[in-house]
Structures are given as C-alpha cells and as structure tokens.
Write a protein that binds this ligand. Sequence first.
Ligand code: GNR
Ligand code: NI
Length: 172
Amino acid sequence: MTKRDILILPEAKLRLVSDPVERVDDAVRQLADDMLETMYAAPGIGLAAIQIGEPRRMLVMDVAREDEDPDPMVVINPEIVWESPELSVYQEGCLSIPEYYADVERPARIGLRFLDREGAERELEADGLLATCLQHEIDHLNGVLFIDHISKLKRDRVMKKFQKQARLAEKS
Ligand code: GNR
Ligand code: NI
C-alpha cells in the first residue's frame, strides 16, 4: 500500500467526471488499498479516487467510531437507486478543501447499488453519517464539491482563499 498525495482546491482535476471501472482486477484493488492508506493517514472518513488524481468511479470509506474496530469499505461504480424525501443536515468537510466546514442538507437515507472489491454486485441502505458521506463521495465522482451546495457568497470566498494559497505556494 502506498500513501498518495491528496489534490487540493483549486486543482482542476477535482472537476472531472470520473469514468466507470470496467473490470475489478488487481490494479483496481491496488488503487483501493492506496486510497484507504491515504484516507486513514489524512485522517478522513471517505476518499474518492479523483482526490488522488485517478478519474475512476470508486471510493473508500470508514465511518466506524474510534471505539469500534475499523470497517473499511470499497465502493465501485455506485448508483443511488432511491433517496428519502426527508433531508438531514451535517457539518461537512473535505480533504481537498482543508480546514473549511459548512452545513450541507442532503437526503437523510439512500439506497445504493455498487460493486465490492471482489467485483460482486451489492445493495445497501444507508442513513446518518454513512448516507451523507456516500453522497459527498459520489458528488466527487461527478466533479461536484460540497461547497457547490452552499451559498455562492460563501463558495466564492472559499475559492478566493484557496486560489491565493496556491499562488503563494507557487512563489515560495
Ligand atoms: O473526512 C471527511 N469527513 C466528512 C465529514 C462530513 C461529511 C463528509 C465528509 S467526507 C471527508 C473526506 C473527504 O473529503 N471525502 O471526499
Ligand atoms: Ni471530499
């Protein structure tokens, strides 16, 4: 397993629409392992492949609490098959937008169909933090960031801050 660098706003690749995974083979499992190592090291509770520069429709997640055993999930080619009409609000953050947090409203529960790390088709009903995090990661597969769900005023402010940081980092 290799820890990889996480792309940070305003990196243009974060806006790509990722491609479906054609075949779940050893190379895909290797990528999933790299993503898990990168996510745990960050630390974070989810990571989409594009966040390490790979435009593939896959994500990893572990929403186990600290007093629980680790519960790594590998989710490939996810499709949301239903969404609850009820919404819930979570304060979200993103490893690609460090140290910025904002409330986002999303469906409280979802049904998901996906392939696991063996390439087997699976279905899952998610609620709570898992539902929120899955939607946050699936947004990444479509080039969407959580700041796209907040006001334009706040989003512009965040974009400006990260553009300035990138400019300063380039000069030093
Ligand atoms: O680590 C993460 N925490 C988090 C908290 C609330 C809602 C979503 C997330 S996902 C984030 C990791 C990340 O950026 N995944 O793309
Ligand atoms: Ni994110």
